[in-house]
Design a binder for this molecule. Structure first.
Ligand SMILES: [Zn+2]
Ligand SMILES: [Zn+2]
Length: 346
């Protein structure tokens, strides 16, 4: 194991991030308040001055983010879903970097778990995103009020809509102090239409956003299953030493082939269930009910199968996906709202 990989194991937990969730947190007495796998988040220093913000257990709305500090300031990779969680992240970065000013931020994609906290970034920080991501965040209705399809229904707190001021449709490079950060688009829709990864060529660290979910069910209903499949080889070609996924724990370059293989296995499974379902005249919900998910039983958020099938059906039929129908089918499939722990500890 090389120096950088050992560094990836250095885990700097904020003093207030240890232990089990606080019973006084918003959301009442729901069971996950006693679940020790859910915590407030913690920084992992994956290379000197490069941090990942990891929010266990990585399920709905609990994303990872990052901070790259060098020379005269910090570049932030993504924010969090709620005011409280974003403040915890930014405060932890401030402590870990001796108050280095945040000069840049990048959103890996439009989803609220990575963007709703944008308004808590310093006003003078330049915010970067894909052009399509900016357009989608401008009209995202869930920021204004989350529908009761998740339970407990998330309350984002004191955040307002803030979209990137610098956009790209391809790639761009940020020189932040001594750091070089390449912001790269795969060239096609994968997790969403406007995915960006942040690649540090000197440190060999890759922030993938939601192109990777480590140990959790991947979600691709806002993008393309075929694109998500193609993106796996594209990710491998970076040859990173350290990978910070959009959800789940930090991984090493050694871990990556296995992680990519699991994603490929899942995406091919989704395509197969969709093909069989369409051949049998089943709708996406019926196809999901007929599917055998046993091979992925260890992954949370299994209802994403229904959402992912809606994407494959829509693409196969050459029509836009009906987002609300997809979400309601997912809720029907599990027999109630989808579970989120985002309220816990904030
Ligand atoms: Zn996410
Ligand atoms: Zn996402």
């Amino acid at each position: 194991m090389g120096r950088r990989e050992r560094k990836a194991l250095t885990d700097h937990r904020a003093p207030d991030a240890e232990g089990t969730p606080d019973g006084g947190a918003a959301g009442g007495d729901h069971a996950h308040l006693t679940d020790s796998t859910v915590s407030a988040g913690h920084l992992v220093e994956v290379a000197d001055g490069v941090h990942a913000w990891i929010q266990p257990d990585g399920t709905w709305w609990l994303n990872n983010a990052g901070a790259v500090t060098g020379g005269d300031g910090t570049l932030i990779v993504d924010t969090c879903a709620t005011e409280a969680r974003t403040r915890r992240f930014l405060d932890a970065v401030d402590v870990a970097t001796d108050g280095a000013p945040v000069r840049f931020a990048v959103n890996t994609h439009e989803h609220g778990d990575h963007t709703y906290g944008n308004s808590l970034l310093p006003a003078e920080a330049a915010l970067i995103g894909h052009e399509v991501m900016r357009e989608h965040l401008l009209v995202d209705p869930i920021l204004d009020g989350c529908p009761p399809v998740w339970a407990p229904v998330p309350d984002w707190g004191g955040v307002t809509r803030r979209v990137p001021t610098i956009v790209t449709t391809t790639d761009l490079t940020v020189h932040s102090g001594s750091r070089r950060i390449d912001i790269v688009h795969p060239g096609y829709a994968a997790h969403t239409e406007g995915d960006l990864v942040a690649w540090l060529p000197e440190e060999q660290v890759l922030f993938t956003g939601d192109l990777l979910f480590v140990g959790l069910t991947p979600l691709v209903f806002a993008g393309s299953v075929d694109g998500a499949l193609a993106s796996l080889e594209w990710i491998a070609d970076f040859g990173p030493d350290v990978v910070v996924p959009g959800h789940g724990p930090v991984a090493t370059g050694t871990d990556l082939p296995g992680i990519l293989a699991e994603h490929e296995r899942y995406y091919r499974f989704v395509l197969e269930v969709a093909a069989d379902g369409r051949n049998a005249g089943l709708d996406p919900l019926e196809a999901a009910r007929a599917a055998d998910l046993d091979a992925f039983a260890g992954w949370s958020d299994a209802e994403r199968l229904v959402l992912n099938l809606h994407r494959v059906y829509a693409d196969a039929e050459g029509r836009p996906m009906d987002l609300m129908a997809a979400v309601l089918d997912a809720v029907t499939w599990i027999g109630g709202p989808m579970t989120t722990h985002v309220c816990c500890l904030g």
